[in-house]
Write a protein that binds this ligand. Structure first.
Ligand SMILES: C[S@@+](CC[C@H](N)C(=O)[O-])C[C@H]1O[C@@H](n2cnc3c(N)ncnc32)[C@H](O)[C@@H]1O
Length: 211
């Protein structure tokens, strides 16, 4: 259960703990298809980074890809306007939904109200879990509950932690960024293990040089 010292803007750091509960999937990770069953180190680093750079998320529409158990997306949800948290495995998506449901009261309690335009008693309008497989054809992201009109989301920020593994994941990630991110102003933030343990990192760097 990661814990972050959280203060609201303008307040002195009073070391109030901001706890996020994450339940992992209770079955053995036996291959690339279920790496989302575990919480990876990069997501802890990114969750802290989001918290300490929360101003970047104010009023922003955020997409998390390859979310796994959802730690980063759940922390970002405290600070952004709306967020769609995605993965491609059914078991992971169910774990994600569960983790969001147990954290929403804390997201609500911890959020800086001035930066939140959504009402968390109707949180399905601004935090959603969706399936997104970057190896398949992509389609527009929508947000909003069945009670309200679902609307397409222009993505201001994409976040991702430890999603670059083999070279094809670098290709899938860049394809996703190009497809969803708002041109000119959109920003993608990523924390990943380096090329010693993730072959795809060099492929990503090579592709980024060509942009
Ligand atoms: C190493 S895990 C990292 C999970 C999480 N971001 C973390 O840091 O704890 C890689 C994630 O990428 C997801 N993933 C792998 N291939 C994918 C694809 N083609 N489309 C979408 N997600 C994918 C996996 O399901 C998994 O959740």
């Amino acid at each position: 259960m990661p814990s972050i010292n959280k203060t609201k803007e303008g307040e002195k750091d009073d070391h109030t703990a901001y706890r996020v509960a994450i339940r992992q999937v209770n079955s053995r990770m036996d291959g690339q298809h279920n790496t989302g069953n575990l919480l990876w180190g990069a997501s802890r680093i990114m969750a802290y980074w989001i918290h300490f750079n929360r101003d970047l998320f104010k009023d922003k529409k955020v997409l998390e890809v390859g979310s796994g158990l959802g730690l980063c997306g759940i922390v970002a949800a405290s600070y952004c306007k709306e967020i769609v948290i995605t993965d491609y495995q059914e078991l992971t998506l169910r774990a994600l939904e569960y983790n969001i449901s147990i954290n929403v009261p804390w997201v609500e309690e911890n959020c800086d109200e001035s930066s939140i335009t959504c009402a968390y008693n109707n949180y399905e309008d601004c935090i959603m879990v969706q399936k997104l497989d970057w190896d398949k054809e992509l389609s527009p992201i929508t947000i909003g509950s069945s009670n309200t009109t679902r609307r397409p989301m222009d993505v201001d920020i994409i976040i991702a932690s430890d999603i670059i593994c083999e070279p094809s994941t670098a290709e899938g990630f860049l394809k996703t960024v190009k497809y969803y991110l708002k041109p000119c102003t959109g920003v993608a933030y990523m924390v990943n293990a380096n090329s010693f343990s993730r072959f795809g990192v060099n492929r990503l760097l090579e592709m980024l040089k060509g942009i």
